[in-house]
Design a binder for this molecule. Structure first.
Ligand SMILES: [Zn+2]
Length: 76
């Protein structure tokens, strides 16, 4: 069985959006993780771009510890 061509194109494109979170939105270079905070329950991380000398806050969504405790709650 052969996949239609349009399906493989979509499959290859989807994961790329997540990967670009650690890339500088200005120059596209891989950024360095300098700080992270999950105080509010969201996984916020500060990345620094060495080329632009700028820091960018990246929101990774729900923090891992919160997602895990939520999963435990729904287990009951
Ligand atoms: Zn940059």
């Amino acid at each position: 069985m052969k996949w239609p061509a349009w399906l493989s194109v979509r499959f290859l494109r989807t994961p790329a959006a997540k990967k670009s979170l650690t890339l500088c939105p200005t120059c596209g270079q891989e950024m360095r993780l300098v700080d992270r905070s999950s105080m509010s329950g969201d996984d916020m991380r500060s990345y620094r771009c060495d080329r632009c000398q700028k820091e960018h806050i990246v929101d990774f969504g729900i923090a891992t510890w919160k997602a895990m405790s939520d999963a435990r709650e729904s287990d009951k």
